[in-house]
Design a protein around this ligand. Structure first.
Ligand code: ADP
Ligand code: MG
Length: 385
């Protein structure tokens, strides 16, 4: 799960990671009003959306007066940020953060992430932080420092000091840096994060270290034990279909193609997408209804596939634990409820397959029943054209 920068900064403040005060506004009037509460004479208005690269997209603006704050907020609210992270449709900005402008002397990159290969946490840092960090990581990887942290030992001072030295933290700031990193680590572990990132971490002209951007991602599988974190969820930022799917415990990912897929088991779902590709088609989604699909879940899954961009639906079910008749019933109920206006190709096999096929046949729906995956995929690609 992702959260906004302003929420990440609230967590930073709770965990003792130096950051800035700020206010979130949804209108330009509000932005102006809140800016007046800040003590500074220079402001920054920042788009709050679940994506990075806001600065480059024009979503971070400096303002010298309250009127400029209002003007900046007016430009940013309602804009769409489109970049590599957002995909083609981009991210609509519904909120802005109004905060103090900081006198930046140097920008660092500092993050904690899960290192799967080494089963540990990894500190990733750089003295070349800021908006160019992706390019730097690609062209000058030697400027990126990595330090593994053993989760049984926890973060040691010397590990933090090593990182500080490598990225060029001034002697005067090293103690502050170690404390900051340790507090980030505490946040990472206590809240089951998958990423805690500060980019940039800034050395100010006044000689202090402060996080002026923040990104925190959480492990979805651990959210059940963090009701406080779940409250930070912003449904507006999530793909509405993926959100709906999650409510029904379905593994669903939206894609750009035209063939809607309903499959049981992640492996079979991948194979189905591959074979669609092999026949020259594009899947509209990845959808795994799981091994314990009930009629209710199949119905919900089928509804997710009824999308304007979907020109054919391919159901590929191998009934092992899940029974073919249950799947068939779900399909029939859903197809009647949502109306079936694209070709439906079904390949069913496994437990109760005859019963399942009979249910589909008796339904009176126009269904193309195929005996094997190959012919089913070919048919789906053909029908979607
Ligand atoms: P993003 O990473 O989405 O582009 P950031 O919050 O990192 O957004 O902002 C981009 C850049 O804008 C920063 O690298 C920094 O140079 C500048 N910036 C952001 N916030 C402030 C601030 N409060 N004061 C001064 N400059 C800022
Ligand atoms: Mg940033």
């Amino acid at each position: 799960m992702k959260i906004h920068e302003y929420q990440a900064k609230e967590l930073f403040a709770k965990f003792g990671v130096a950051t800035q005060q700020g206010y979130v506004a949804t209108t330009k009037e509000q932005a102006k009003e809140y800016a007046a509460k800040l003590s500074s004479s220079m402001y920054v208005v920042k788009a709050q959306a679940h994506c990075g690269g806001r600065g480059k997209a024009g979503g971070v603006k400096l303002a010298r007066t309250l009127d400029e704050v209002e003007a900046a907020a007016s430009k940013i609210l309602g804009m769409r940020i489109v970049n590599k992270q957002t995909g083609a449709e981009g991210k609509l900005v519904r909120k802005v953060l109004v905060t103090d402008a900081v006198n930046i002397k140097k920008e660092f990159y500092l993050s904690l992430a899960v290192d799967n290969e080494n089963a540990s946490v990894v500190i990733i840092a750089s003295g070349a932080g800021g908006t160019e960090i992706e390019e730097i990581a690609a062209s000058q990887p030697e400027l990126i420092v990595k330090q593994l942290v053993s989760t049984t030992m926890g973060l040691r001072d010397y590990e933090a000091r090593y990182v500080a030295d490598k990225i060029g933290i001034r002697k005067e700031n090293v103690k502050e840096f170690i404390l900051m990193l340790k507090n980030m680590y505490r946040l990472f572990v206590e809240k089951d994060c998958s990423l805690v990132e500060i980019n940039p971490l800034v050395e100010t002209e006044e000689g202090k270290l402060i996080a002026i951007d923040g990104k925190v991602n959480f492990d979805d599988n651990a959210l059940f034990r963090h009701p406080d974190i779940l409250e930070l969820r912003d449904v507006d930022e999530e793909n509405p279909k993926e959100y709906e799917a999650a409510k029904h415990d379905l593994n669903y990912v939206s894609l750009d193609g035209s063939i809607g897929c309903m499959v049981n088991g992640a492996g079979l779902a991948m194979a189905t997408m591959d074979i669609i590709h092999a026949f020259g088609g594009e899947p509209a989604n990845f959808l795994d209804v799981g091994g314990t699909a009930t009629t209710e879940r199949v119905t919900a899954a089928f509804k997710l596939l009824s999308d304007a961009s979907v020109r054919a639906i391919l159901v590929n079910i191998f009934g092992g634990i899940v029974k073919c008749d249950v799947i068939a019933e779900g399909i029939v109920i859903a197809a009647k409820e949502v109306g079936l206006n694209v070709p439906l190709i079904v390949r069913l096999d496994g437990t109760n397959v005859e019963k399942g096929k009979q249910i589909l046949k008796d339904s009176g729906l126009k269904i193309y029943a195929e005996g094997d995956l190959r012919s089913a995929a070919r048919k789906a690609v053909e029908m979607a054209k």
